[in-house]
Design a protein around this ligand. Structure first.
Ligand code: HXC
Length: 265
């Protein structure tokens, strides 16, 4: 597939290999700080659609450049749109598709992650950042509010009061603050951001893939359910894993004091 707004690298898992098994998607509109336009979102969704079907891709890294992960939705593309035009564009169905991607996505954030860029990172499953990263929801300063989950995911991640401050003032936070607030799991120098993301991706890719998928699904369930039904959901996924060959292999390998060999089924 030829893309013009993203760069895709696939490091597929060779048979018997324990490394690789992940893909990197780099947002690639450097002239506009990786502003997210419709064309970029279409390509992102197409790439993920493909990766979801590829068994030897177990995890995806989403990244940008040193200057910007993404500076938000493309303001020039939205500036003159009416409500009806925005509705007809139905841009959020693509965001919903990303949200429903079954494999883990790691956001490796360097530079600005603003507005839709911050929301894109929040849609991912784990965020790591370089020291230069800045997160913010500056929509208020251009007359709107976040539209791709900022008021919901950010609030669940950092709590009401910090979310209020960020969304109502547009103030950016540093990578270190984002880490203290629990948004980011690790802050590293820019030169090793991708290396760190790759190590994380390799680790996830080396785990039994059905358990990884059901684990992600169960964690996401926590965001839209009560604790009671969340626990039930988790339990069903837990039981379900007892019908996989990898559960038998994993537990037998532990008992026999050897390394497990995963089949991904
Ligand atoms: C379109 C953008 C852009 C954006 C930057 N550019 N962000 N174009 N949409 N979101 C373009 C600039 O117009 C400029 O193009 C070039 O990128 C470089 O940006 P500068 O502003 O010159 O760089 P700098 O001074 O370093 O400032 C960087 C910045 C600033 C702090 C990131 O660009 C900025 O504040 N950007 C907007 C951030 C924002 O408000 N995001 C929220 C968007 S709304 P030219 O042609 O002039 O060189 C949103 C809603 C999401 O995300 C809703 C759901 C999808």
């Amino acid at each position: 597939m030829n893309y013009s707004n993203i760069l895709v690298t696939k490091l597929k898992m060779a048979p018997e290999a324990t490394e690789n098994g992940y893909a990197i998607i780099q947002l690639n509109r450097p002239e506009v700080m990786n502003a997210i336009n419709i064309a970029l979102m279409k390509e992102l969704v197409e790439a993920l659609d493909e990766m979801e079907k590829e068994n030897d891709i177990r995890c995806v890294i989403l990244t940008g450049s040193e200057k910007a992960f993404a500076a938000g939705a493309d303001i020039k593309e939205m500036a003159d749109a009416s409500t009806v035009e925005m509705l007809q564009r139905d841009m959020f169905s693509r965001w919903d598709r990303i949200r429903k991607f079954k494999k883990p996505i790691i956001a490796a954030v360097g530079g600005y992650a603003l507005g839709g860029g911050c929301e894109l990172a929040l849609t991912c499953d784990i965020i790591i950042a370089s020291e230069s990263a800045k997160f913010g929801q500056p929509e208020i300063s251009i007359g709107v509010i976040p539209g791709a989950g900022g008021t919901q995911r950010l609030t669940r991640a950092v709590g009401k009061y910090k979310a209020m401050e960020m969304v109502l003032t547009g103030t950016m936070i540093t990578a270190e603050e984002a880490k203290q607030w629990g948004l980011v799991v690790k802050v590293v120098p820019n030169e090793i951001l991708l290396e760190e993301a790759k190590n994380l991706a390799k680790t996830i890719a080396s785990k039994p893939s059905v358990a990884v998928q059901l684990g992600k699904e169960a964690i996401l369930k926590a965001f839209d359910t009560t604790i009671e039904s969340g626990l039930e959901f988790e339990r069903k996924n837990f039981y379900m894993l007892f019908s996989t060959e990898d559960q038998k292999e994993g537990m037998r390998a532990f008992v026999e004091k050897r390394k497990p060999k995963w089949k991904g089924k």
